[in-house]
Structure formats: structure tokens, C-alpha cells
Design a protein around this ligand. Structure first.
Ligand code: NAD
Ligand code: UFG
Length: 338
């Protein structure tokens, strides 16, 4: 019996592979390397000391997926595979709908065909839109999303919920992530973005290492304690452990549950920059720049449901997040390209 991890070579997937193996689960990984490198697999194997089957396969390839299910006994799927760049999704929406939405439909069709009806899905706090006040909880209305990426997450949440209505054997956990940052404490795996990073933490660490000149802080006139945007940053290893707990849960329950994975605490852009400087003794030059369109003042979670349902809560603090990011960045200045 094994757990299939789609997108297992990516940032969150690779950390989840390690935590699943550590918890004693057998895993099978599927990835098409669209946004990841084979080196990530080598590092997962080195760190865990374990072997597992890997298939270079696109989740839209039904026949490829059938082979994975025929050659392994899959109990449940953790589904990370997807495209995730908000700005890019505005430029190429059809690619996002095809990859994320059609890909998930194909995956679920093959799962149903093969009698595997348990799925943990990577959703996002973005489904809460900009109208709900923080702390965001799972009873709040979702769907007022402002870009195609967010819409794929909202649509997939709906598709998976519909499946549970149609067939009571399905077990679906919709994990709504807040802002994952950090890296494995070994410094051997971490986030390896292509090109110039869109997200704050990889940008900070590339400035610190001298790859980028300075950080642009997008707006200092928000309604927050220092005027810069506030987010709920969560260590990627805590997030990965949340997936182990979600699998434990899905194996014993049916129906659909949406669950936030966050810390419940918000930090501003300048809080994070200062924490990074303090934790690592490095310089992070920045300038104040105009607001980035689509950004909200404040976004943080109410993590109560995860504690109650999964027995999970985030353990690591912002200093851990900054220190582990820097260890990964400084040991791997070129990411997985070595
Ligand atoms: P990532 O890009 O590092 O990982 C995704 C992996 O999926 C990559 O290895 C990629 O090659 C693979 N992939 C993409 N399309 C595929 C396809 N059609 N077939 C097979 N493999 C495919 O991203 P991540 O940060 O690890 O995110 C994982 C999931 O979590 C995504 O679904 C993302 O939307 C979601 N999420 C991420 C964040 C974040 O801030 N990182 C926040 C909320 C939700
Ligand atoms: N920011 C800067 N400068 C930068 C990058 C970001 O000031 O160069 C600021 C943003 O304005 C925001 C904060 O840093 O206030 C965090 O921005 P990120 O881009 O790191 O993260 P977001 O909260 O905008 O978005 C993230 C994911 C999305 C997901 C969303 C909600 O990237 O995929 O969280 O879960 F939809």
C-alpha cells in the first residue's frame, strides 16, 4: 500500500515526500518536471535513506497514470501537481485551466476507475478572496478570486466536493495553504524558482546572496502596523507534516473537509526582512515601491480547525523560516543546478 504524490519533485512536494517517508508511509511520485529537476529526487532519497518508484508522467496523460495505478497499490493521492504563478495565469489562462483543472479531472477519473477514492488537494488561501476579514476561517464564503490561478483552485475545490456528493466513498481534504516559506533544515532541499522570483522570501534570499540588487517593497501605505502587507508565513516542513496528518485523517473518513494550514500569526514585509537580517547576519537592501495590483492589506489564518480535526499545528517560528531559507540558498546558490 502506498500514497501517490503528484508534483512530488516540487517545492512543497519534495518536503512532503521526506515527512511521509519519515512517518513510515510508502510513496510513489509522479512529476513531469515542468517546474522541478531530477536532482530533487536524488536529494529526497539521500535525506530519507529510502527508495521509491518515480514516474515521469503528466497528470493529463490518463494511460500513463493507469500504469502507475496498475504497478502499485495506491491507497490515497496527495495532489500537488499544478501551475502556480498568479501573474502568468493572467497571460496564459487556458494553459492554467488545462493543466490544473483538466489535469485534476483526468487524475480523478483514473482514481475512480482504479478504485482509489481518497485525495488531499493543494488549495490556497487565495480562494477566500479579498472581502473576508482575517483571521480567515473555513466557514467564510469563497470564490471571489481575482485571477485565473485562484479560479483553478476554487473550481477544483468545487469539482472534488461534487465528487463526494455523487459517491459517498470519496474522501477529500482541501488544504488551504497560507504562505509557505523556508526549507528543510539540512539545507539540501528548498525552493528553486525559475527566473526572477515573484514571491517575497525567495526574492529576499536572492538579494541577500547578491543575485538581485535590492528588494522592492510593494507599498508602505497599507492599513497595517508599519504600512506594508501582512501575511501568514508558514514553514514548509510544518506544512509537509500537515499533509501527513491529512492522509492519516483521510484514511479513516469519507466526505469533504476544507482545512487551513497556517500559523494564525501575520508578519509584515518589513517584519520578514528584519527577521531575515537578524537571523542570518546578512544585508538585504530594499526600496519602497508602488503597490502590486491585486494585493490585499492583510491575510492570515484561523488555524483552529486543523488543530481540532488533524491534531496539527505549526511548530516553527519566523527565525527558523529565515535561517533554513538562508541555509538552502547559501549552500545552493544555483538551486538544483548546483
Ligand atoms: P512547484 O511548482 O514547486 O511544484 C509543483 C510540481 O508539479 C512541480 O514539480 C511540477 O513540475 C509539477 N507539475 C506541474 N504540472 C504538472 C503536470 N501536469 N503533471 C505532472 N506534474 C506537474 O509548486 P509548489 O510551491 O510546491 O506548490 C505545490 C502545490 O501547492 C501547487 O498546486 C500550488 O498551486 C499549491 N500552492 C502553493 C503555494 C505556494 O505559495 N507555494 C500556495 C498555495 C498553494
Ligand atoms: N512583496 C513585496 N516585494 C516582492 C514580493 C512580494 O513587497 O518582491 C510583498 C507582497 O506585496 C505581499 C507579500 O510580500 O504583501 C507577500 O507576497 P508573496 O508574493 O510572497 O505572496 P502572496 O501573499 O501575494 O501570494 C501567495 C502565493 C499565491 C497564493 C497566495 C494566497 O504566491 O499563490 O499566497 O495563498 F495565492
Amino acid at each position: 500500500m502506498a500514497i501517490l504524490i503528484t508534483g512530488g519533485c516540487g517545492y512543497i512536494g519534495s518536503h512532503t515526500c521526506i515527512e511521509m517517508l519519515k512517518a513510515g508511509y510508502e510513496i510513489v511520485v509522479v512529476d513531469n518536471y515542468y517546474n522541478s529537476k531530477p536532482e530533487a529526487l536524488n536529494r529526497i532519497k539521500e535525506l530519507s535513506g529510502k527508495e521509491f518508484p518515480f514516474y515521469e508522467c503528466d497528470i493529463r496523460d490518463a494511460e500513463g497514470l493507469r500504469r502507475v495505478f496498475r504497478e502499485n497499490t495506491i491507497e490515497a493521492v496527495i495532489h500537488f501537481a499544478g501551475l502556480k504563478a498568479v501573474g502568468e495565469s493572467v497571460q496564459i489562462p487556458l494553459t492554467y485551466y488545462d493543466n490544473n483543472v483538466s489535469g485534476t479531472v483526468v487524475l480523478c477519473q483514473v482514481m475512480a476507475e482504479m478504485g482509489c477514492k481518497r485525495i488531499i488537494f493543494s488549495s490556497s488561501a487565495t480562494v477566500y478572496g479579498s472581502e473576508n476579514p482575517s483571521p480567515l476561517n473555513e466557514t467564510m464564503p469563497v470564490g471571489a478570486v481575482t485571477n485565473p490561478y485562484g479560479r483553478t483552485k476554487f473550481m477544483i475545490e468545487g469539482i472534488l466536493s461534487d465528487l463526494c456528493v455523487s459517491d459517498p466513498d470519496w474522501s477529500v481534504v482541501l488544504l488551504r495553504y497560507f504562505n509557505p516559506i523556508g526549507a528543510h533544515e539540512s539545507g539540501h532541499i528548498g525552493e528553486d524558482p525559475n527566473g526572477i522570483p515573484n514571491n517575497l522570501m525567495p526574492y529576499i534570499s536572492q538579494v541577500a546572496i547578491g543575485k538581485l540588487k535590492q528588494l522592492s517593497v510593494f507599498g508602505n501605505d497599507y492599513n497595517t502596523h508599519d504600512g506594508t502587507g501582512v501575511r501568514d508565513y508558514i514553514h514548509v516542513v510544518d506544512l509537509a507534516v500537515g499533509h501527513v496528518k491529512a492522509v492519516d485523517y483521510a484514511l479513516g473518513h469519507t466526505g469533504v473537509e476544507a482545512i487551513n494550514l497556517g500559523t494564525g500569526v501575520g508578519y509584515s514585509v518589513l517584519d520578514l526582512v528584519n527577521a531575515f537580517i537578524a537571523a542570518n547576519g546578512v544585508d538585504v537592501p530594499y526600496v519602497i515601491a508602488p503597490r502590486r495590483s491585486g494585493d490585499v492589506d492583510t491575510c492570515y489564518s484561523d488555524p483552529t480547525k486543523a488543530a481540532e480535526l488533524l491534531g496539527w499545528k505549526a511548530e516553527k517560528n519566523v527565525e527558523d523560516m529565515c535561517r533554513d531559507t538562508w541555509r538552502w540558498q547559501s549552500q545552493n546558490p544555483k538551486g538544483y543546478n548546483k
